[in-house]
Design a protein around this ligand. Sequence first.
Ligand code: 15L
Length: 271
Amino acid sequence: MTSVLYTGGNGRMGQVIREELRGRYVDVVLYSQPPGTTALFQGEREVLGDLGDLDALTGAAQGIDVIVHLGGIADEASYAEIEKVNIHGTYNVYEAARRAGVSRVVYASSNHIVGFHPARQRIDESVLPRPDTYYGVSKVFGEALARLYYDKWGIESVCMRIGSFRPEPEDARQLALWLSWRDGAELVRCSIEAAGIGYEIVYGCSANTDRWWDTARGWRAIGFQPQDNAVDHAGSVDHAHEPSRFHGGAFTDQEYQGGLWITARTTKPLA
Ligand code: 15L
């Protein structure tokens, strides 16, 4: 008998998740920016508002058990935009959850938190963040905020470090990071429904043979068992580009000067 509020429910991930999970929850609220969603599924209702409006968010969250926070900017943007939408907006979501008595937030975090870890190096959720963008930094903030709201106020969180959510993998990097649509919906379902999870960080990819993440602990914690494997699509992905040097792929390339920095450091004599 769970009630769920989605932010970003009409975004590119939200639409797929809502469709896959339609009819599952007793009350589903879409908290959306005007003009709102064109097609609501049965049992859904919509509240129009902005992530910047704490009072409206708090009102929409009354009587809700779980907020699925998918809203915000999903790619790199200027620091000012990221701060307004992803940092301040995520604060508003958690604060609205606290004020309205919501018990859990399912947070769409991202692989770009660990974007500067070297490609193919298998990491788990205990590694230090190495964000590749302001966008990645905002996700570090979100995961830290989630931790604070659990430790201080007992609001549970699943932070889903989502890889590449696509109908099919598109390039060599996505053979590691791909999260199929049905596995993505199952990841959200498990994150909503798993009992007594407290605070969890869970990598969000399919059961890809070549994944770069040690997913065992997080998947076990929420009972997530993905069905798809990117290797089954290996023949149709674009192998034309150089494989990524880092987990974050193209996100790490924007204005990248790490090569210069490392050269300067290693060639400069110590004073
Ligand atoms: C993300 O976090 C982005 O929201 C999405 O646009 C993809 O680029 C994805 O990561 C990815 O790394 O493939």
